[in-house]
Design a protein around this ligand. Structure first.
Ligand code: DX5
Ligand code: ZN
Length: 216
């Protein structure tokens, strides 16, 4: 079954706890950490993740769009994240980092920006619990889905199957009721949705509608 992870980037940051509870029933809550260096936007850090992990029963899926991931990612596990995604473009030693995240007790995940190919990282896949393929340039919610990423999703799913791996394949950016089926057909099984969930009148109903579409 498809997993739907609402992104709180599109929520009201002054009412985070309430906004998190509005999507209980979602599989994970996607938390976008941005440092204004790796991406041209700034959001939140360790203390807010710590508070949020106490405020909701939904596990946190932290997506780190920050430089120096090697130094910071383990702190998000300690802050209560159940899954921590670092960008391969920002990690000096991705294998060591993935092992550290797992050793601290969270799921380890690696993200690829749209221009980063999967092929050089094929041998790293067994070190990961999830791979995130960005379907927009990271930094902002509400951007249009990049259809040109569909072949990469398909190739990645083939690699995962060829190696007999269990890792999840997440897509993030422009995922909505009109694009989620294409992602699912290409082989994604975890879907991040910001504006499609928090822009809806009833965010919990939006989660259910997305899941129904993805499960087709
Ligand atoms: C963008 C973030 C996404 C963002 C997605 O850099 O990583 O998680 O919240 O927002 P939508 O679903 O509106 O494209
Ligand atoms: Zn994200």
């Amino acid at each position: 079954m498809a997993q739907i992870n609402p992104s709180i980037l599109s929520a009201d940051f002054a009412r985070l706890a309430e906004e998190a509870r509005a999507v209980e029933g979602a599989d994970w809550l996607h938390v976008d950490v941005m440092d204004n260096h790796f991406v041209p936007n700034l959001t939140l850090g360790v203390p807010i993740v710590e508070s949020l992990s106490r405020a909701t029963a939904t596990p946190l899926d932290c997506h780190l769009m920050i430089e120096d991931a090697d130094r910071w990612a383990p702190q998000y596990v300690e802050a209560g994240a159940g899954s921590v995604t670092f960008h391969v473009e920002a990690a000096a030693a991705p294998v060591r980092l993935a092992r550290e995240i797992r050793a601290k007790g969270a799921r380890a995940s690696m993200a690829l920006k749209p221009a980063t190919p999967i092929e050089p990282y094929e041998d790293l896949l067994p070190e990961l619990d999830m791979l995130l393929i960005m379907t927009v340039e990271p930094g902002f919610g509400g951007q249009s889905f990049l259809d040109i990423m569909l072949p990469k999703i398909r190739r990645t799913r083939e690699l995962i199957s060829r190696h007999g791996l269990e890792l999840w394949l997440q897509v993030d950016g422009g995922v909505s009721e009109s694009t989620i089926e294409r992602c699912a057909d290409a082989g994604a099984d975890v879907f991040v949705a910001g504006s499609a969930v928090y822009g809806a009148k009833d965010p919990a109903a939006a989660v259910r509608a997305l899941r129904a579409k993805a499960d087709g």
